[in-house]
Design a protein around this ligand. Sequence first.
Ligand code: 5GP
Ligand code: MN
Length: 343
Amino acid sequence: MIITDSDQKDLLTGKIGKSESFAIITHINPDGDAIGSSLGLHHALCNRGAKSKVIVPNDFPAFLKWMPASDEILVYERRRSEIEDWFSHVEVVFFLDFNDLERLGRLKKVIDNKKVFSVLIDHHPDPENFADILLSEVSVSSTAELVYRFIQQFMGNEIIDKKVAECIYAGIMTDTGSFSFNSSRPDTYHIIAELLSKGINKDIIYSKVYDNFSEQRMKLLGYCLDKKMTVLPELGTAYICLTAEEKKNYNFQPGDSEGFVNYPLSISGIFFSVFFMENSGKVKLSFRSKGDFPVNYFASRHFQGGGHINAAGGETDLPIDKAVDRFLGLLPAYIQEYRNGKF
Ligand code: 5GP
Ligand code: MN
C-alpha cells in the first residue's frame, strides 16, 4: 500500500519525521505477524534515532523469541507501570494487526482517554474507527507486508537493514502459512525478493519458527489428532477440543497449540476446521477454512470473535462440552446458508 492521499501523506511525514518517541501496540495472544510487524517497525524507528517501545497485552510464544529485540517487548501483564509511564509522554502510537480496541484486552484501559496521535496499520476486514489515521488493506497477506511498504514510503529504503527485514519476513511467512494461503499477490514476492537482498536467511528463519518445538508439544499434537479429533464428512467439518487437564498432562506452554487447527483441513473434503481449547477459565476457539467458506462471520455471529475469511477466532464462557454442543447446534444451518450461496 502506498499512501496517495496528500493530506494523510503530509500529516504522516510530519509526525514521523519530527517525533522522537513512539509506542507500537499489537493484539492479545500475539502471533508471528503481530510480533514481526511490530519489531520490524521498531527497528526502523530506532535506526533513524527515535525511541520506540513495543507493547503487547500478554506474553507470546517461545518460537517468536529469537527475533531481534523480542526480549525488550513490554508485556502489559508484567510491566504495567512502565507502560503507563511511557504512554504519558509518547508522541505517536502505532496500532498493528488488529481492527478493534477490544483486541487489546486490559491494555485497552491505558489507551482510553489518551490524546496521542495514532496510526492503525492492519489487514483485517471492517476496522473500527479508533485511530487518527487508518491504513487498512484487507487483500494484503499480512500487516508485516503493509509495514514494509510504510517504512519505505515514510522512512526510506536505506533504513531497512537485516534486522528489520528478518522481522518483516517472519511476519509474512507466518501469516501465509509459509506462502500456502493469502499469498497470491505478486507484490508479496517483490517484497520477499527485496528482503532477501537485505541479507536475511529465509531457511534459518523458517527453522527458528517451525523446528523449535518441544517433544511434549509434538506428542500433544499426536494425541489431539488421534484421540480428540471428530470428523463430520457430510458437513465438510472437523474439530478438535482440548481441556485444561489434558494441557497439564502434556506440560502445555503458550504457543504449543499453534497450528493444530490447520491439520484437519488436510483431510479430503474438509473445508471447515475448529479447535476448542480451555484457556484461563474460558474456551478459546480457532476457526480455519478453505476456499470461500467464511469463518469470520461464524466467529463474530456466535462466539464474540472475528478475523479473516479463512482464519478467525473467538471465545465463550460456556464449559468446553457445552461450547462444542452449541457449535454442533449452529453448524448445519450455517453450512446450509453457505451451500445456498448466502455469503
Ligand atoms: P487464531 O485462531 O490464530 O487465534 O486467530 C486467527 C485469526 O483470527 C487472527 O487473524 C486473529 O487476529 C483473529 N482472532 C482470533 N481471536 C479473535 C477474537 O477473539 N476476536 C477477533 N475479533 N479476532 C480474533
Ligand atoms: Mn496478521
